[in-house]
Design a protein around this ligand. Structure first.
Ligand code: GLP
Length: 244
């Protein structure tokens, strides 16, 4: 696990954008696994800047988002679909058919989960997976549980996650379940970048880096076993890591 600590959010976003644009330069039809939440927003803004400056094109890039709320209309401002088009896709040249976001309103959710995993396999797997992390160590919406999840599935959200994310739901109550790629789907990515900032993430980062590999204590702890993981942190999120 490579751990990089940045004193300012712009340098962190730049470092993350560098990895993504380097990959696209090497492989123009790269498969990106993308995340929502506050953590990747600076990176997406930097990718838009680079696209506008003619330094990168998303024309052949394919993307798979980690997760989406269930029972929330696709066009709702709080859907992850709206988030991604607002923060990235709507500002770059990616064709809509190359964008994949799980459908939390599918009439047959089990079939939607299977179809999503199949689409990832058909695309040749994820080259680079971008992750944030929940305060309880969740990745995607893989909450602490007795076992690591495998493929895309429906997840019941925990109180900790509902408390953290409900600030966005000012008009309607926050959904209590979501469709999410599994820990197994995330782990299958060739390369993984996890972004965490702020002191509320410090404990989850400590458990990710030096805790027991435990699905109930910290789902992200499985990343200790992955051969190519980079953590991009600010000093607050890194505060509980030993420095020597
Ligand atoms: C949500 C998302 C995760 C995200 C996490 C952290 O629950 N499902 O994919 O990583 O929150 O969000 P933030 O970056 O806003 O702290």
């Amino acid at each position: 696990m490579q751990i990089l600590i940045f004193n300012d959010p712009l340098s962190l976003a730049n470092a993350c954008a560098d990895r993504i644009t380097d990959l696209i330069a090497r492989k123009p039809d790269a498969v990106l696994g993308l995340a929502t939440g506050a953590s990747p927003v600076g990176t997406y803004a930097e990718l838009i800047r680079r696209y506008e400056a003619g330094k990168v094109s998303f024309r052949s890039v394919r993307t798979f988002n980690l997760d989406e709320y269930c029972d929330l209309p696709k066009a709702d401002p709080n859907s992850y679909n709206s988030f991604m088009w607002d923060k990235l896709f709507g500002h770059v040249d990616i064709p809509a058919e190359n964008v994949h976001i799980p459908d939390g309103n599918a009439p047959d959710l089990a079939a939607q989960c299977e179809a999503y995993d199949q689409m990832i396999r058909d695309a040749g797997g994820i080259d680079l997976q971008l992750l944030g992390i929940g305060r309880n160590g969740h990745i995607g919406f893989n909450e602490p549980a007795d076992a690591f999840t495998k493929g895309t599935h429906i997840a019941a959200l925990t109180e900790s996650t509902i408390e953290a994310n409900s600030k966005y739901f000012t008009e309607n109550p926050m959904p209590k379940s979501a469709i999410t790629m599994g820990v197994g789907s995330i782990f299958a990515a060739k390369s993984i970048i996890l972004i965490a900032t702020g002191k509320k993430k410090a404990e989850a980062i400590r458990n990710t880096v030096c805790g027991d590999i435990s699905p109930s204590r910290c789902p992200a702890s499985i990343l200790q076993l992955h051969p190519d993981v980079t953590l991009l942190l600010d000093p607050e999120a890194a505060a509980l890591l030993k420095t020597s």
